[in-house]
Ligand binder design. Structure first.
Ligand SMILES: Nc1ncnc2c1ncn2[C@@H]1O[C@H](COP(=O)(O)OP(=O)(O)O)[C@@H](O)[C@H]1O
Ligand SMILES: [Mg+2]
Length: 380
């Protein structure tokens, strides 16, 4: 530049032209300087950008590797999960098989218990059927005699007598039908009791059911043991409406509780104790009581639902249940009775039946005073 200026100054051109050229030259110089500066800046920026890019690429590479590792881990976990799922499925299958086995064992047990209690019932049923059968036999015989008389009166042409005899015969036959039906219904009840399939819920007269099983049980005990001398009392709440239950099932609960009570009532007092004073004459007694709590009154009854509550109490004045076995009596197979006298299934099945009806079964027992089982069933 300095050389250029020197050359220009020595040139034989006018001073104005020199000044113009010099001015142009300076402008060009300035532009070059600026361009040079910009170029340098660009080079620096490029280097910086390259650095940043390199760093980013490294970072991305690293992240890619991390993602791959995570991916692998997930795949591994998935495999493990799959294996675990299979294991769980297998276990589930095993459990289902075990459950099915248990269910069939349980239904066999229930059936065995039904047949056992049917055996206990037989004597009672025989007694109960004997009664209507006696009626049927007597009235049939009587009807025969009436018909013989009728024949004679028809031959004699006594129209008035004929009419009377006919009326008597009709009444007799109605009685025969009535008692025949009574016997049928007892047999029907017996068949229902032993049926394998579960029955349907239907509106049931609980008082009548209690009465029926109380008599069957009582006559059963009497027929088996001539010296059996327990007595029974009932106290039925007539305001109790029909309630929706499976009658055969609730019947089995009643039979279990009443049989237990008739078994316990005549037993001697617990060892080392006595029933009351030395002069007290123990009279074995079983009591079956029902009561009804209408919906408005059952606020205090916990777990009784929103409707009313039917309460059935079966009590005896036997020796009571020793405190140390009280929490075992509802376990299947728990029995204190000699072999052949008890299956130990009665209370456990009763418990299940009452639970399926949404109810509760409780026991109160006082040593040397007696035992009371209380069933509560919601009426809706
Ligand atoms: N009313 C009762 N008084 C005294 N003990 C009772 C009474 N009811 C039940 N138990 C006791 O509970 C046990 C279990 O009863 P349960 O399940 O009906 O079976 P099982 O009558 O076949 O023994 C009885 O063996 C007896 O020890
Ligand atoms: Mg029993």
């Amino acid at each position: 530049m300095e050389n250029l200026i020197k050359i220009i100054k020595e040139l034989t051109i006018s001073d104005e032209e020199k000044a113009l050229i010099l001015q142009e030259l300076k402008a060009v110089d300035k532009t070059i300087a600026i361009t040079e500066f910009k170029y340098n800046r660009t080079v620096i920026d490029k280097a910086a950008i390259t650095n940043v890019l390199n760093a980013s690429i490294q970072e991305i590479d690293k992240q890619k590797k991390d993602i791959e590792a995570a991916n692998n881990e997930i795949k591994q976990n998935l495999l493990e999960l799959d294996a675990k799922k299979k294991l769980i499925e297998e276990k589930n299958n095993d459990l289902n098989k075990a459950l099915n086995k248990l269910k069939s064992a349980q239904s066999q047990l229930i059936q065995a218990e039904k047949m056992a209690s049917l055996g206990e019932l037989t004597a009672g049923i025989a007694h109960e059927i004997q009664n209507p059968l006696n009626f049927v036999n007597n009235f049939s015989e009587l009807s025969n005699e009436l018909l013989e008389e009728l024949k004679v009166e028809i031959e004699n042409g006594n129209n008035g007598e004929v009419k009377e005899l006919l009326e008597d015969t009709i009444q007799n036959i109605q009685k025969i039908t009535h008692h025949g039906q009574r016997a049928s219904s007892i047999v029907k009840g017996m068949l229902q009791h032993s049926r394998t399939n579960s029955g349907q819920k239907e509106p049931t007269d609980i008082n009548a059911l209690c009465d029926e099983y109380l008599r069957l049980s009582y006559h059963g005990f009497r027929a088996k043991d001539k010296s059996f001398n327990a007595d029974f009392k009932t106290d039925f709440d007539e305001s109790l409406p029909k309630i929706n239950v499976i009658p055969q099932d609730i019947g089995r609960v009643l039979l279990n509780l009443i049989n237990n009570a008739f078994y316990a009532a005549p037993l001697p007092p617990p060892a080392g104790g006595e029933f009351k004073g030395p002069d007290y004459l123990h009279k074995p007694m079983v009591m079956v009581k029902t009561s009804y709590l209408p919906p408005s009154a059952d606020g205090e009854m916990k777990g009784a639902g929103t409707g009313g509550t039917c309460i059935i109490s079966v009590s005896d004045n036997g020796p009571g249940i020793p405190a140390e076995i009280k929490n075992k009596i509802f376990q299947p197979f728990f029995t204190t009775k000699p072999t052949g006298s008890g299956t130990g299934l009665g209370l456990s099945l009763s418990y299940d039946i009452v639970k399926t009806h949404g109810g509760e079964i409780k026991v109160r027992s006082v040593k040397a005073k007696g035992t009371e089982f209380i069933i509560q069933i919601p009426t809706s």
